[in-house]
Design a protein around this ligand. Structure first.
Ligand code: RB5
Length: 146
């Protein structure tokens, strides 16, 4: 899959690990930064990944900050993006199956690389179920229209 990945300073170390993991598992990865642990503002990187997903330039996004929360809030402001903070693989799977989530956000200060890899693999490996969930996701999309 084409995966865009980004982080702020608090998510930098885990983002680096996740980029390597994604490359090693065969994904086409674009890293939008950050490039170090120097303090930066997470909405900048959330926007870069979310816009790529919204435009169809990426199949999915992975964002890492301290909690994953700020990244999710920011990414969800971009039309067409359904970002979910996941700290458990089952939540990541359900976010794909029921909510057609297209961005997963991770808590760099709270989970280790092994747990994060399991979450990312669960997220990217699952598909949207459609069916009764399709109309609900369409109602979410309708909220974006004036
Ligand atoms: C940075 O200190 C921290 O606020 C950020 O990484 C993130 O956790 C925000 O939601």
């Amino acid at each position: 899959m084409r995966v865009h990945i980004g982080s702020d300073h608090a998510g930098f170390a885990l983002k680096e690990r996740m980029r390597a993991h994604l490359v090693s598992t065969g994904h086409d990865v674009t890293d939008v930064g950050a490039d170090s642990e120097a303090s930066v503002d997470y909405p900048v990187f959330a926007k870069a990944v979310a816009v790529a997903v919204s435009r169809g330039e990426a199949d999915a996004g992975v964002l890492v900050c301290g909690t994953g929360i700020g990244m999710a809030i920011a990414a969800n402001k971009v039309s067409g993006v359904r970002a979910v903070q996941a700290s458990d693989p089952e939540f990541a799977r359900l976010a794909r199956r029921h909510n057609d989530a297209n961005v997963v956000t991770l808590a760099g200060r709270f989970i280790d690389a092994e747990a994060a890899a399991a979450i990312v693999d669960a997220f990217l490996g699952e598909s949207f179920e459609g069916g009764r969930h399709a109309g609900r996701v369409e109602q979410i999309s309708a909220l974006e229209r004036p």
